[in-house]
Design a protein. Structure first.
Length: 320
């Protein structure tokens, strides 16, 4: 077994978001017109790592609405991200287990998106096998429904989108004490050979982007960064959190149909690739709008390094 690592950030309390009162009056009024009821309460979503507005709005008529919003001037990157999310949500096949797009709104240099409100919870941390099984089932259904990827989205391939990531190993080898760093870098350099496919890959599958309903169904949220690639990639990336929390992810890989026929070397190449990204990003300056993002990225990098070393029979050393 791979030893667990304590998660260093406050689960469910990682974001520093705009609140309803922070939106300009004209934007609040436009949203109320769009949802058809005055807002009597706004419950900000405190998970995630972005500063955009993301709240469940309670209407005077008793309805609930999930709304995201960002300024196209002060928060252009996040406004653009929400716009892309809306574009992708609009193209999802109906079989995909995900909250659906309801509407979009441009008003006074702000962009807002209305998404179906779903009663649910994030997977528990530390991860449980029950929640992991629900999430893996969700990804199996998603992969089947999005192979081939929906027409018209003009998605990059996984290999093209992450083509710059192997170079992060230059920084890692100069900064950290990582036995077998050269071998890991060589694995990462060959990742593009093993990730080809026609499936729409979410790429950001983790606990704060998953909802589990009271009926025991998992839904996949935050469709900002999908690409086209191999159908097993999302399932592998999902396992990072459970691995760090102490679940036996090697047993999952050995037994779950999502990984049937996937060569061990292909998995190692992708793990080596994401180690470079996470450890390099974890060393970057902490953005004032996301105080926990670097600790989260560093933890993921450490977890995947432990995991890769376990799979390869390497001593881990310790990034330092």
């Amino acid at each position: 077994m791979i030893p667990p690592r304590p998660y260093p950030v406050p689960v469910g309390r990682t974001s520093r978001r705009l609140e309803w009162a922070h939106l300009p009056p004209a934007v609040r009024a436009a949203i109320e017109r769009r949802i058809g009821t005055p807002v009597t309460e706004a419950r900000s979503q405190t998970s995630g790592f972005t500063p955009g507005f993301a709240s469940v709005l309670l209407g005077a008529d008793g309805t609930r609405h999930f709304v995201k919003a960002a300024s196209t001037k002060a928060q252009r990157m996040f406004a653009d991200s929400y716009r892309e999310e809306a574009r992708k949500l609009a193209s999802l096949p109906p079989e995909v287990p995900a909250p659906r797009l309801r509407w979009t709104l441009d008003v006074e240099d702000w962009f807002a998106i209305g998404i179906e409100h779903v009663e649910g919870r994030a997977p528990r941390r530390p991860w449980t096998q029950e929640d992991l099984d629900l999430a893996l089932d969700m990804l199996a259904v998603t992969g089947e429904a999005t192979t081939p990827a929906p027409d018209g989205l003009r998605l990059n391939t996984f290999a093209d989108e992450l083509a710059s990531w192997p170079a992060y190993w230059d920084y890692l080898r100069a900064t950290f004490v990582l036995p077998h760093g050269d071998e890991a870098a060589a694995l990462a350099a060959g990742f593009a050979d093993v990730v080809h496919g026609t499936t729409m890959v979410h790429t950001d599958v983790r606990d704060d982007n998953i909802l589990i309903t009271p009926e025991g169904r998992a839904l996949l949220c935050d469709w900002n960064w999908p690409v086209v690639g191999a159908p097993w990639l999302d399932s592998l990336l999902l396992l990072i959190g459970p691995c760090g929390d102490g679940l036996d992810v090697e047993a999952v890989i050995a037994q779950h149909p999502s990984f049937a026929g996937v060569p061990a070397e292909s998995i190692d190449r992708v793990l080596a690739l994401v180690i470079g990204y996470f450890l390099k990003s974890g060393d970057d300056p902490v953005p004032p709008t996301s105080p926990h993002i670097r600790d989260h990225q560093r933890w993921q990098g450490d977890v995947v390094w432990d995991w890769l070393c376990h799979r390869r029979g390497w001593e881990t050393g310790e990034p330092a």
